[in-house]
Design a protein around this ligand. Structure first.
Ligand code: 13P
Ligand code: ZN
Length: 273
């Protein structure tokens, strides 16, 4: 019978965590990922039937009762997941009362889900309301995006426009722009609630001086979203290193034209009339 460790879900988590580490988005234990699996997908594996442990979630996740999440462990290094997925990843089912995480597979040395798991689940709840296909929450520490949060005003319109203007692809990939919360302590329910509120409107939320929270249908799509945002921020950094003077740019009319051409609706009010 098929073993979960050999599944495409584990393989994809290994790929994405490793690639993310190689891009300097996840130093040490920085970053965490969760991906929703359907009961049909889980049923294909006979080594994920038993509940090995129950963990308190610390908030009411009942809208996700019975849902399965493959999630990275707290304190685990993204660079190591690929070599030991059964230790650094866990497959969780949300209990019927929404208060507990039931561990079905993984965390073989007694580990626990990421400290940001409540934030992930709160964001999953919001993203599912926007689009029931959304399965992934991905948190990481992309260098140039974090740098922007020091040099720029923390305003959604301003930072979204800046990122849109750095390359033609930005507005196609994140036409809603990016959301921003105030600086907050990581791992708390408070940062989870603030992030989830933004997730009703945005697919990516900037945590100032910390990183990004991104959502998507698949791991590839979510990774791609972070890639495009970080690339735009990197171009901005490079402009700085070339003297910082912008001689010409993509105009608001040109941004509107790209969005129209690709059938995207830019965030209302972010482009000038
Ligand atoms: P975890 O090791 O608990 O996943 O935390 C990493 C992190 O990036 C916190 O924001
Ligand atoms: Zn973090």
């Amino acid at each position: 019978m098929a073993k979960f460790v050999d599944s495409v879900f584990v393989r994809k988590m290994c790929e994405v965590t490793h690639e993310s580490y190689l891009r300097y988005w996840d130093e040490r234990n920085g970053g965490n990922v969760s991906v929703r699996l359907t009961s049909e997908e889980v049923a294909a594996f006979d080594d994920v039937v038993e509940v090995k442990e129950e963990l308190d979630l610390g908030f009411d996740a009942s809208p996700l009762s019975g849902f399965y999440y493959l999630v990275t462990g707290t304190g685990r290094y993204f660079r190591n997941v690929i070599g030991n997925p059964e230790n650094d990843l866990g497959l969780i089912r949300i209990s019927s009362n929404g208060k507990k995480a039931e561990l079905l597979w993984g965390f073989s040395d007694g580990g626990k889900p990421t400290s940001e798991f409540p934030s992930h689940l709160m964001s999953h709840i919001e993203r599912l309301k926007v689009n029931p296909e959304q399965r992934v929450i991905f948190h990481c520490h992309p260098t140039n995006v974090i740098a922007l949060s020091f040099t720029q005003p923390l305003e959604e319109r301003h930072i979204s426009r800046l990122l849109w203007k750095m390359q033609a692809e930005s507005i196609v990939v994140f036409p809603e722009g990016i959301g921003i919360i105030p600086y907050m302590t990581p791992g708390t329910n408070k940062i989870g609630q603030a992030t989830a509120e933004k997730m009703s409107e945005f697919q990516a939320v900037l945590w100032p001086h910390h990183g990004l929270f991104a959502a998507g249908n698949s791991l590839d799509e979510t990774f791609g979203l972070v890639e495009v945002i970080e690339k735009a921020a990197m171009i901005y950094s490079q402009i700085g290193s070339q003297g910082g003077r912008i001689m010409q740019e993509i105009s608001d009319d040109e941004l509107r034209e790209i969005a129209d051409y690709f059938g995207r609706k830019p965030h209302v009010g972010f482009l000038e009339e």
